[in-house]
Ligand binder design. Sequence first.
Ligand SMILES: [Mg+2]
Length: 205
Amino acid sequence: MVRLDPARPLVICDADEVLLRFLAGLERFLERNGCYLDLTSFRIHGNVKYRATHEAVADETVTKLIGDFFASDTRYLEPVDGAAAALKNLSNHAQIVILSNLPESSRDARIENLVEHGMPYPVIAGKGPKGPVVKDLLGDFAQTVVFIDDLPPNLSSVATETPHVHRLHFIADPRLACLLPPAADAHRRIDDWPTAAEWIATVIA
Ligand SMILES: [Mg+2]
């Protein structure tokens, strides 16, 4: 359970495609398993194909592959450029919590991976829409809160449950970023950390 300091602003940050290069890691995993990702839309199911035949992998097999990927490769993802430096600077002015949808069994590997890359912050392993989790975490927390995520449904869920939270839409991988317009329920869309950090610093000032 994460304990908030009632006296400091809060930054709630997603990990995959915000702090960590999920897509690049998934592609390495798929390559080892005879598959590749053919990114024609912003989704994984339907876009994983067999290298040998270029045929789409069945949805239930993709679901299993993603589970295996989290189990074996969560520990080894690469950081997004500038993420660690930005959070370190922001941590002088705010507390940082990482809210990441991944299996609870992969939480320790995620923490070790983040620590290795200079991001030693508390991690909540969530699943499903993030709004209710943010609402629970905040309780009667009265300081400014910023929420950062790459997935529009998470931003919408937070907008619904906790409308006072400032919401930033951030997609690290440029191939994914160009597949998605700015989320309707975000206040801003920024895809690089130096610019994002500036915006967050202004919001929490
Ligand atoms: Mg993400």
